[in-house]
Design a protein. Sequence first.
Length: 290
Amino acid sequence: MVRSLFAILSVLPVVAMCQTPAEVHLQRAHDAYAASAWERAQAFADSAIALNEALPGAYKLRGDIRQRQGNMHGAMMDYMKAEKQDNTDARLYVSRSAVHITEGRLKEAMRDIDRALKLDPKDGDAWYNSACANYLGRNNEAAMRDLDRAVALKPNNADALLLRGVVKGEMFKEESGLEDIRAAMAIKPDIAGGGMSAGILLFEMKRYEEAIAQFTRVIETDTSDLATAYYYRADCYYAMDDKDNACINWRRSGELGDKDAQFIVRNYCSTDATKIPKKPRKDKKSVIEF
């Protein structure tokens, strides 16, 4: 046993020495990317490419890093260079389709998704990206089919579960949708849009007290869309014939810029009316981040 362990340990430095400096830097970039240290990851990716512009996988990784940093143009430039090096990498097209989706280029996204799925039909992320593109294109039936495949391939994909819950809600399958959203939040408690999506479905199911508690949690923990959270919490109180609490929340929503709330404050809260005249219908809007 001692000899075997010694033999293994003695080989490790040789393996490291066999790597070129560019490969060492690329590995460090991968490690930093896995740790979500984007700036350090890009620094190592930059140095790897500077040492060897033809290094396989370097442009793809730097594109992924830039996408994480919000530099979509830089990411796209790197993906184009990566494609010239290797057009058989399904993950390249998955990554590039995500940029297209983020920037609203749905046709381009679907072309890249089709390329990815031809190369690897079992890539759960490709099916999720296809669902995102179909959802944004208002094709909920296709999005649902894609999400079922995505979840079957990656059951712990919180993003896919959340989006499937939202789509189910829009297809009037609120109970099942709420189950998916809660499953997503169990996997990823801080998932963007999770708490708001759960609250909206509870509101639509007329489970107002639960919805109020959910919107309260959103207000206390998530500042990304407070105006909407206050609006929906007000709507819950209004449905329960609690004008005082409803108006407290609508006033706060209006102060934060919600036009529908401002209308209600003027025409209901500031009067002795018992009902809102021509109550605005709050448009359902996606609480999913792409």
